[in-house]
Ligand binder design. Sequence first.
Ligand SMILES: [Zn+2]
Length: 347
Amino acid sequence: MIYRIIMVWCLSILTLGCCAQSPSNQSTDTTSTHKTMSEAEWKQRLTPEQYFILREKGTDRPYSGKFVFTKDHGVYSCAGCGTALFTHQMKFDSHCGWPSFDKEIAGGKIKQTRDTSHGMERVEITCANCGGHLGHLFDDGPTATGLRYCVNSTSLTFEPATLNNGVLSMDTAIFAGGCFWCIEAAFESLKGVKSVVSGYSGGQTPHPDYVTVSSGNSGYAEVVQVIFDPSIISFTSLLEVFFTIHDPTTLNQQGADIGSQYRSAIFYTNLSQQQQALQAIKALTDNKVYSKPIVTEVVAFSTFYKAEDMHQAYYNLNKNEPYCRIVIQPKLDKLKKVFADKLKTDK
Ligand SMILES: [Zn+2]
């Protein structure tokens, strides 16, 4: 039954291009993105303590922060914009007085900058999304990475994660299904999804930008990085949504968007994901859900590069744009009908 609904939905995909549109006249929403927020807006958004640390590069007094000693299981995010930066598995007791991590969540979420202030040679770390000051990065870490991300507690928020058979429940999935504006909005609406970031995967040249990817010759696909809690939503459920919100039978094309950057692909991050993806494709094929063969690639994940700010949360910031109203909104409406029980209550 569900596959029949999926089929009807996929056949109804409209033929209006998206990312090929000029980005110059996008925003009809007055909401500022994090990078363009004025200091007055930041002051309104943050507590005085957060403003001092994040925007004025302040430092928590040693051993004063609320996360110095915490060992709870969960995810640490930027207090300025909510970007997930670390998990408890990356945290270690450094005895330096500040929360310390030996690695960061992949995806270029943290920016490194040379810092020569206070007569010292250090590497400052900031949130790549909002520019908020986090702390400093040192190469004296005791674990295999040799790194110590020394972070102010005030720069962070913490969200406890439930455990699934004793394993941290957060997991990462990478999907390519045409324009990332569309699939980002759909995954963002699901319960158990912590964050969705639009970006590029599948190519070789480091640090691709939108123009390069748009050429169709870079090898990169537009993708979304989905960080999710498998104890709330399974990878199989994410696959169901994935196959519902795009057409997996059109090679290098979604509607009017044509080029290898719009190909359908699942970049699996572990062998279990690979197995589940292949099983899902087999089930769809065996049930003859589509009249044409599924061309979705199932390939091992290597690298994810976050796309430019203008491509993040596109739907939420541009709901009145024609593309959002004509193409994305109907998909979200259908998502509500098919997966109502899986949606966040505020969506
Ligand atoms: Zn941030």
